[in-house]
Design a protein around this ligand. Structure first.
Ligand SMILES: [Zn+2]
Length: 493
């Protein structure tokens, strides 16, 4: 493997200054956490009547509210790997290494690569270059002694079951904990919030995006730390995962100058509704119409996550998208919307997203039968029909009926439907199904899913945010449009 390092053990003078400056900034940012309502920026897109009315409502709702946030947080614990038998890693820089709260080494410069194996009652760390061996029962924690120190871990899996699934080495700053849990290895990265955000923003959004869209993304990612930590994973040694179920975090490998600048220039800002951090949802491309959260997750409807067109006009010429004919007309067209990249300034940089605005997925009947059998565990025989029998306001499939020669099956819920009907899952729940070349008995040889958008369609449409930024909107405007009635709030110094 080519992942191993032999770095300088001491920080240069320049780095020493950086360390001091960074420490001062950290102290300034994290001492005290009394939030105050932040003065809103002036919307540039003044002409939009619907947005102006939203802004009016927002002022009234927010002014008297005292923001009460969860307990002060300076770092976050992120689950990187779990249930592993063997892990390879290497270290760059100096580390303090401890186990069960006792320090084993300080300012340790670890050369070469390490292999950890879990042998049930203990973790065995073997340095494959020097032959050094460390045995611990419960944990081994690497705490960096230098700002530049990081740990590189081999074969970290990302996006399991999704289009972007991959396995590669990833590097992390902050503490890396190797834990022996039930005879398997769990890896946790405890990292400062802003450092964590440096890793999240480029993992969740293209660094080619306009700066104001990146800033909106940074604020949502920071908000997620405050709204999600402590709600899930209570029986785990971490409070967020590094995948889409929390938000994607890939350590330091993807960090870019623009995404870090977006984090720095929004330092301390989160999005709140009536004084609490919002459900900071976002997705890649809505396809032209945003969905309400209760349709996607069957949770209580949130006032700032309602279905509406992802466009400035406010008018929508296709009618009610729950109606099948209206919906098909809309899918078969390319409606003007913030996330329609045609003729957009950032269109060329974000060309990858064009294929998601309108898409199709084709399967032979036999292939689709086999997928549905494996994803549902049910055999309905020869596949005859797939029809959406209930849709949400954006046309999202809520219930799909699959009919075969030996029975039928109803599949419910947006993500579940996407996962059951395709491998990898369909880009979105906004689709209808076309059947081709049906035989005399009505069994088609091919099924075609025709759809719009990528992701759940709730909250901020990332490509739409880029479209808004291209038109001159700032991050305040973008967040007002996608989360009407909310407020950008500063965690005060
Ligand atoms: Zn959109």
């Amino acid at each position: 493997m080519s992942n191993y390092f032999c770095p300088s053990p001491f920080p240069s003078k320049e780095n020493q200054m950086k360390i001091i400056l960074t420490a001062l900034i950290m102290i300034m940012v994290f001492t005290g956490c009394t939030p105050v309502a932040r003065e809103k920026g002036v919307p540039i897109t003044e002409k939009i009547i619907s947005e102006m009315s939203v802004a009016e409502e927002k002022k009234e709702a927010v002014e008297p509210v005292t923001v009460v946030l969860p307990e002060k947080k300076v770092s976050v614990r992120v689950g990187i790997m779990e249930g592993e038998n063997e892990i390879l890693f290497s270290c760059s820089g100096l580390f303090t290494i401890s186990s069960k709260g006792k320090i084993i080494f300080t300012k340790k410069k670890s050369q070469g690569s390490w292999k950890i194996t879990d042998q049930g009652h203990e973790l065995v760390f073997e340095n494959t270059d020097t032959g050094e061996t460390i045995r611990v029962e419960n944990d081994l924690i690497f705490r960096p002694d230098q700002i530049s120190s990081y740990v590189k871990i081999g074969k970290v899996q990302s996006g399991k079951g999704w289009h972007w699934e991959n396995t590669r080495s990833r590097s992390y700053k902050g503490d890396i904990e190797f834990l022996n849990i039930g005879g398997k290895i769990t890896v946790v990265n405890e990292v400062g919030i802003e450092q964590y955000l440096y890793g999240v923003v480029p993992s969740e959004m293209s660094s080619e995006s306009p700066m104001e869209a990146l800033k909106a993304q940074a604020i949502l990612a920071r908000t997620n730390v405050f709204s999600k930590v402590g709600r899930k994973y209570k029986d785990k040694p971490y409070s967020l995962t590094s995948d889409v179920y929390s938000q994607v975090y890939t350590g330091i490998d993807k960090i870019t100058e623009p995404t870090s600048r977006a984090v720095d220039e929004t330092r301390g800002l989160i999005l709140t509704y009536k004084g609490k951090p919002v459900e900071a949802l976002f997705h890649s491309v809505c396809g032209g119409y945003l969905e309400s959260n209760d349709v996607v997750w069957s949770s209580a409807a949130l006032p700032y996550l309602k279905a509406k067109p992802c466009s400035q006009s406010g008018s929508f010429s296709y009618g009610d998208l729950k109606n099948e004919n209206n919906f098909r007309k809309w899918i078969n067209s390319t409606p003007d919307s913030y996330c329609n990249l045609n003729n957009k300034q950032s269109g060329s940089k974000l060309a990858f997203a064009k294929k998601y605005f309108r898409w199709e997925k084709r399967y032979t009947r036999e292939k689709l039968e086999s997928i549905i059998r494996s994803t549902t565990g049910k055999n309905i025989g020869k596949l005859k029909d797939i029809s959406v029998i209930s849709r949400g306001p954006s046309g999202k499939a809520i219930t799909v009926r699959v009919t075969g020669s030996s029975g039928s099956l109803d599949i419910n819920k947006e993500l579940n439907i996407r996962q059951k009907l395709s491998k990898p899952p369909l880009y979105s729940g906004n689709f209808y199904v076309e059947k081709n070349n049906s035989d005399k008995s009505g069994y088609p040889s091919e099924f075609v899913f025709r759809g719009a958008g990528f992701g759940h369609g709730t909250g901020m449409c990332q490509i739409g945010a880029c479209g808004m930024a291209d038109k001159g909107s700032n991050f305040d405007d973008i967040l007002e449009f996608y989360f009407p009635g909310t407020d950008v709030t500063e965690l005060d110094k």
